[in-house]
Design a protein around this ligand. Structure first.
Ligand SMILES: [Zn+2]
Length: 100
């Protein structure tokens, strides 16, 4: 099922993602790994469960992780999108706003 939509090897996946980074959101939706950021409500893909889901398909989870981490929709956090997670200033601003 997964292999119908995702390319069979990582090089092909990289080419697709280079052309269309948003493809990652579709792929993540398929394996139920799509998250919504708790701060800005942007859709994003938490990298750990996503890599785990794709591991049966690609086997090489380290290379997969390295390939995905540069995608703008990937986040190292499971609760916050990459933009909020990478920007502590923004995070503080949101937390202050919530307290007001
Ligand atoms: Zn966010």
């Amino acid at each position: 099922m997964l292999s119908l939509i995702l390319p069979p090897d990582l090089d092909a996946l990289r080419i697709i993602l280079d052309e269309d980074p948003e493809f990652l959101l579709d792929a993540a939706a398929m394996v139920n790994c799509l998250g919504t950021c708790r701060l800005c409500e942007r859709r994003f893909v938490p990298v750990a469960p996503f890599v785990e889901s794709l591991e049966p398909l690609y086997g090489d989870s380290r290379r997969l992780h390295a390939l995905l981490r540069h995608n703008q929709y990937i986040s190292l956090s499971e609760a916050l999108c990459g933009f909020c997670h990478a920007d502590p200033g923004l995070l503080n601003m949101f937390q202050k706003m919530k307290k007001l």
